[in-house]
Design a protein around this ligand. Structure first.
Ligand SMILES: CN(C)C[C@H]1CC[C@H](N2C(=O)NCc3cnc4ccc(-c5cc(Cl)c(O)c(Cl)c5)cc4c32)CC1
Length: 340
């Protein structure tokens, strides 16, 4: 087991739970609370020109606080590595969940899709586009709630979400026609297309556009033609059709999606994307921390937790808050008290 001095006494590393491109993700235990976390480990030399993506992702995750966006607890930088300590999603990838169940019922699909729309609508409201939405980047937590991950390709155009983007990125299978044609595009519109592909995968159990040969795949995407299995209801067909429009101007907008009857079901409440307010400044957790670690008053703890959003103190506060919300005891391991 490789030892990283930077994590010593703070996180106990366990098995590798996945690797993608330039990162390795390991399961770990946050020593102060005993809670499980996922640590994305990146070696700076191996990052090469992917280095900016790390900063993009960290800044995005520090800003995006939402129940269906994977939470970032701590960032540790050494001269050789970056460590991103994140919420552990024990349910694995949505992709595997769909394959396992062959396809999902309309009501199961609705429950999952509602959460995705909520997370994406929230991102867009803050000017962020994900640009790489696909089943592999949607994970399940222990309660089968969805968590969006991998914000290395997300964009926050300076001029706001309605500004045009040019970088061609993401995986072709889920990429919108305008993106694979190298045209200028709007992040919000390409996310809608990718969510259409996601919804199709949930309801059908396979992809609308798929081909091992890239040329043929492009032709299929640009044709906008896809199979409509017999089990799809008319409402599902219409919703998918409104998202998989070749011309982005004809595509449903995220606001229309939030109010779409297929998503809101019979109830009229539109998708609420109430995000977690800034840390929910929980006095009980803060007073527990100050009582156990002493020295500082609650007010000083409040400032400290707010000041550096990505240190061990914030990670401990957020993990204790999570324990409290699950009705568990608030305890801190003695060995770590001096580290807070
Ligand atoms: C590019 N992809 C293929 C890489 C794989 C790497 C392993 C992942 N993973 C599992 O496979 N199962 C278990 C598991 C549990 N908790 C996780 C928490 C966070 C992340 C995570 C979050 C962000 Cl924000 C991010 O950028 C990245 Cl790369 C990963 C992954 C988790 C995870 C899934 C994606």
């Amino acid at each position: 087991m490789v030892r990283y001095a930077a994590l010593k006494g703070l996180y106990d590393l366990e098995k590798t739970i996945g690797s993608g491109g330039f990162a390795k993700v390991k399961l770990a235990t946050h020593v102060a609370t005993g809670e499980k976390v996922a640590i994305k480990i990146m070696e700076k030399t191996a990052l090469g020109d992917d280095l900016p993506r790390v900063k993009v992702e960290v800044e995005a995750l520090k800003t995006l606080l939402h129940q269906h966006i994977c939470g970032l607890y701590q960032v540790i930088e050494t001269e050789s590595h970056y460590f991103m300590v994140m919420e552990y999603c024990s349910g694995g990838e949505l992709f595997d969940h769909i394959v396992e169940k062959n396809k999902l019922s309309e009501s199961d699909s609705r429950r999952f899709f509602y959460q995705i729309v909520s997370a994406v609508a929230y991102m867009h409201s803050l000017g962020y586009a994900h640009r790489d939405l696909k089943p592999e980047n949607v994970l399940l937590d222990k309660d089968e709630n969805l968590k969006l991950i991998d914000f290395g390709l997300c964009a926050k155009p300076k001029m706001g979400i309605q500004a045009h983007l040019y970088t061609s990125c993401g995986s072709p299978t889920y990429a919108a026609p305008e993106l694979i044609m190298g045209k200028k595009y709007l992040g919000s519109e390409v996310d809608i297309w990718s969510m259409g592909v996601l919804l199709y995968a949930l309801l059908c159990g396979f992809l609308p556009f798929d081909d091992n040969n890239l040329e043929n795949l492009y032709k299929k995407i640009l044709s906008g033609k896809y199979e409509e299995p017999y089990w799809l209801s008319n409402n599902s067909k219409m919703l998918i059709k409104s998202m998989l429009q070749i011309d982005p101007a004809n595509r449903i907008t995220i606001h229309e999606l939030c109010r779409h009857p297929w998503i809101t079901g019979n109830s009229l409440k539109s998708v609420s994307f109430i995000h977690r307010t800034e840390f929910e400044k929980d006095d009980e957790v803060l007073s527990t921390m100050s009582a156990i670690c002493g020295e500082k008053s609650i007010d000083i703890w409040k400032k400290l937790v707010q000041s550096d959003r990505t240190d061990y103190r914030t990670a401990t506060y957020l993990l204790l808050l999570d324990r409290k919300l699950r009705g568990l005891s608030l305890k801190i391991a003695p060995t770590t008290r001096s580290r807070l």
